[in-house]
Design a protein around this ligand. Sequence first.
Ligand code: GLN
Length: 501
Amino acid sequence: MQPAELSAVDLVAAIRQGDLTAVQCTEAFLERVARLDGSINAFLKVDREGALATAAAIDARRKAGKPLGALAGLPVAVKDALCTRDLPTTCASKMLAGFRPPYDADTVARLRAADAVIVGKTNMDEFAMGGSNENSAFGPVKNPWDLARAPGGSSGGSAACVAADMAPVAIGSDTGGSIRQPAGLCGITGLKPTYGRVSRRGLVAFASSLDQIGPMARSAADCALVLETIAGHDPLDSTSLAADVPRYTELLEQPLTGLRIGRVADHYAAGLDPEVKRGVDEAFAVFEAAGATIHEVELPHAKYGVPTYYLIAPCEASSNLARFDGAHYGHRSNPEGSHRAGSGGQAFESPLVEMYCRSRGEGFGPEVKRRIMLGTYALSAGYYDAYYAKALKVRRLIRQDYLDAFERVDLIGGPVSATPAFKLGEKTGDPLAMYLVDLYTVATNLAGVGGISFPCGFTRGGLPVGFQLQGPALAEPLLLRAADRFQRLTDWHLRRPKQIA
Ligand code: GLN
């Protein structure tokens, strides 16, 4: 078997046993990147040299009988929103082009300490704002199942590189669905852990009260393996949880007998694609056959999720992105540059203000600017109470809905996206249509709980359909166990895109 066909769990075992070297494994995936990424654009940076050097060092340590980390030799692709020492970190923005952070994000440091091999940085929507990966300053990512379609976003590069077997696992971040939705549209498995389960240190902040890092892989078992390494308390992220990290991989075995899964009637409202509905219905039937029971539950305020999210996330973003002013790091407008010709007669209070305005004007793309303006407006005197404070109150009600529902059921199931992967360009002219892509995912982040998405079928046209399970705080063992059981009973997650080989 080719390394690219093995699961992450099997790759780690093969390397540990000496059936495969870390160099062979890394080379196999890098060869696919070299061959396929020209048409997919999942990577913003491939660190061929660094990855092979790390792999060679791991092989040497193994040969010398030295101890190896839990992910020894496993290639991992990292979303370009996570800081990597000595490797560019751009957030797919011109604002950060050429930026090399002086430190590793906590997740990256943990991966390196576990002897994973960082193969590169993946493409994304600029500053993680988007649901199609078309907001990248470095070109959109193509969906490996149909190159004319979007992979979803914002972790579209991470999803597409796993779907195309260019890396066995990838790291994503999810503020309102950015792990789960692209996982769903690309036919892979993606876990958004409970808020605080994984440290956010070194994740370029979008909306700090919603952001969460998580694993993306071909199966729930592979996600469990990676989560075991990246989860845990970080004294340098005060919002990271102090709870112990369970051995997720060892908790998958228990059967689902007696598991109560909730179904939300509102999830079936108009707009749900019939082929998605069929896949979701069939997934519920698989869970029932596995011993779970299905119960109708209500999340009465979830319908306010999208408007609530699109106030809170831009408000936090407008504050977080204030640091990109051209003075500290990132793009600085060149005062000698040709822009003077295009100043449109604009007068600035001072050369400093002019430098700020021009640097931000040139560095940020249109969606990022839209969010900064939305957030600044909603936080300004006179509007704060009407918009931001009100959104916080609705957020509280949404969270309470989840707490109430989880009194009655263990998990909540449903679609992750209303439609399968849409065409590139289909929604770029209509920001509102793009925001509605997040219908089924934003409430999870507003409530601070966890969710996992995985493939539950295919459309007649051959596009993956995703199923989402949401669970209470710190229910990752149960989310992973339920998804893993589903994947033992079905083979949707084993299908590979035909367009690419
Ligand atoms: N699509 C949502 C947005 O545009 C979610 C993004 C995310 O989770 N990072 O904000």
